[in-house]
Design a protein around this ligand. Structure first.
Ligand code: GLN
Length: 547
């Protein structure tokens, strides 16, 4: 059976539990262990699919088509874990399962209660990922210790140690050690309170991660250790860093490797080989080149809404030894003031995924600018659909739109496809006319075949690929021949040729729109080919003022 590491958080939210959990994973993989990670989220939504990206950040999509928390993106970027429906449970999903069982009569007349029924369900959710293919399962509990709603999860992980044996479970806790400038000191009291809270519910943390804006002195560590009932060695400083990919290296420098060996009772553990991470960090901190990319979308004030995208662009930079500066442009501003005003000094333009009609015309104007001025363009999902609309209107003279934005449009170049074949499941998927929300999307990994001699083929260097989707609308095949005759290149389709997955333009240095979300599969240690290709093209066509 694998071992389990639980990651809880205290004092305040947004301390970076997801990054801490992922960095533990990266460090263990660097020791040759096989890991996976799981997120337990205390909110009541059954999954984050319906949550506003404003409030909750991006919805991350797994291969098996599950809409999950953005932390799963960190897990996949930092480790080789492939997440699935089993890697993210919310309170809503847990309660839903319990209520379904109760209605079915599974509890045989029992009074169904938080303890033991909800906590049992949580424990079996944790065990559902614990297969023999892993040595260690890292489980992150969302929220902050002290929240009412996280109590059942904390109770479940408390019970868990008795369930699978003390030697198989490690509790870690991430807290804040603030610097009070008036006193000129780092203060340990919030950490003491948070650990006290945790101990009151029966969990004694084995390892503390202390987020601080400066290193922790041995005295501060000793004080925290004394009050929190841990060894001074078990107090790991999590000091602010320039790039999150430095965290595994910092944790190792703080002695986390040895600490995990001891706590996981590893026999003859190897030293971790962090050379790939050192190289990633070197390329981020001392790149050879610079480039500027404009991202034209909604939610541009809230970077978490495009978390994986921003990371994938950074990875494209790593692959090209280039610093990528992102210029977030609100497409409604382009509508008001014109594309030239915002895009004249960028090396590449990207329109990301999105829903709803707000700002659409600004995105189309940005694409027109990219096409005409021959600026490298990368369209993702909605960014591919809007590229087709722009081409339909401005090159082919169609009254083109997506039926998402104008249901009665004369030329629906993007529309709702009634049926399609899902090559992953081998089933025909059907979309009923009136089912607009939740459950009607094309979700998860689909195979795609590339056409030789295209930018896409050059980027991937192979014919068969698999990429993840999250959308309702599709390229309308009724317009396929016509658009191709006018210069659109269809460089990727589903194996049966029915679903258009990638479009490109002839006579343009690099103009690629894909119906899928390549950003979900990019890693710093393995940058995604399309992001590598896009940044490479932006560098080649460089117009910005940077050297
Ligand atoms: N709104 C579009 C659709 O549903 C695009 C979705 C997306 O970009 N993820 O098809």
């Amino acid at each position: 059976m694998p071992k389990f590491i639980f990651v809880t958080g205290g004092v305040v939210s947004a301390l970076g539990k997801g990054i801490a959990a992922s960095s533990i994973g990266a460090l263990l993989e660097a020791k040759g262990l096989r890991v996976t990670l799981q997120k337990l989220d205390p909110y009541i939504n059954v999954d984050p699919g319906t949550l506003s990206p404003f409030e909750h950040g991006e919805v991350y999509v797994t291969d098996d088509g599950c809409e999950t928390d953005l932390d799963l993106g960190h897990y996949e970027r930092f480790t080789h874990a492939k997440t699935s429906v089993a890697n993210n449970f919310t309170s809503g999903k847990i309660y839903n399962n319990v209520i379904t069982k109760e209605r079915r009569g599974d509890y045989l007349g029992d009074t169904v209660q938080v303890v033991p029924h909800i906590t049992d369900e949580i424990r079996s959710a944790i065990k559902s990922v614990a297969t023999p293919e892993y040595d260690v399962i890292i489980v992150e509990i969302g929220g902050t210790v002290g929240d009412i709603e996280s109590l059942p999860f904390l109770e479940a992980i408390r019970q868990f140690r008795y369930d699978v044996g003390r030697e198989n479970v490690v509790y870690t806790h991430l807290t804040l050690v603030p610097y009070i400038s008036a006193a000129g000191e780092l203060k340990s009291k919030p950490t003491q309170h948070s650990v006290k809270e945790l101990r009151a519910i029966g969990i004694q943390p084995d390892i503390l991660f202390c987020r601080a804006d400066r290193p922790l002195s041995p005295e501060v560590k000793r004080k925290i250790a004394l009050h929190c009932n841990v060894d001074p060695d078990a107090v790991i400083a999590a000091v602010d860093v320039e790039t999150v990919y430095e965290v595994p290296i910092c944790f190792q420098a703080e002695g986390l490797g040895k600490l995990l060996d001891k706590n996981l009772s590893l026999v003859n553990p190897p030293e971790p080989d962090l050379s790939v991470w050192l190289e990633v960090v070197r390329r981020i901190k001392q790149p050879g080149f610079e480039t500027t990319i404009a991202i034209v979308g909604k939610y541009t004030g809230l970077k978490d809404a495009y978390k994986s995208l921003a990371e994938a662009l950074l990875h494209g930079g790593i692959a090209n030894n280039t610093r990528v500066t992102l210029l977030w442009v609100d497409s409604e501003e382009i509508e008001a003031k014109g594309a030239e005003n915002y895009l004249s000094e960028v090396d590449g333009i990207l329109v990301p995924g999105g829903f709803g009609s707000r700002g659409i015309e600004g995105k189309i104007a940005a694409i027109k600018y990219a096409r005409e001025k021959k600026v490298p363009y990368f369209g993702i999902c909605l960014g591919m659909q809007t590229a087709v609309i722009e081409f339909g209107r401005n090159v082919c003279g169609l009254q083109a739109n997506s039926t998402e934005f104008d249901a009665g449009i004369k030329d629906p170049v993007i529309y709702l496809m009634g049926k399609w074949f899902n090559h992953r499941t081998g089933k025909v998927e059907e979309r009923s006319k009136d089912s607009q929300m939740g459950g009607t999307m094309r979700l998860g990994a689909y195979p795609c075949e590339l056409k030789e001699g295209t930018h896409a083929f050059t980027a991937y260097g192979k014919k068969e690929i698999s990429e993840r989707h999250r959308h309702r609308y599709e390229f309308n095949n009724d317009y396929r021949q016509f658009l191709c005759d006018k210069g659109i290149v269809i460089s990727g389709t589903s194996p049966d040729g029915e679903l258009v997955e990638i479009v490109e333009l002839k006579d343009h240095p690099w103009f690629v729109g894909c119906q899928f979300h390549p950003e979900f599969q990019s890693k710093p240690i393995d940058p995604h080919p399309l992001f590598k290709g896009f940044i490479g093209a932006a560098l080649k066509e460089k117009r910005s003022l940077f050297p």
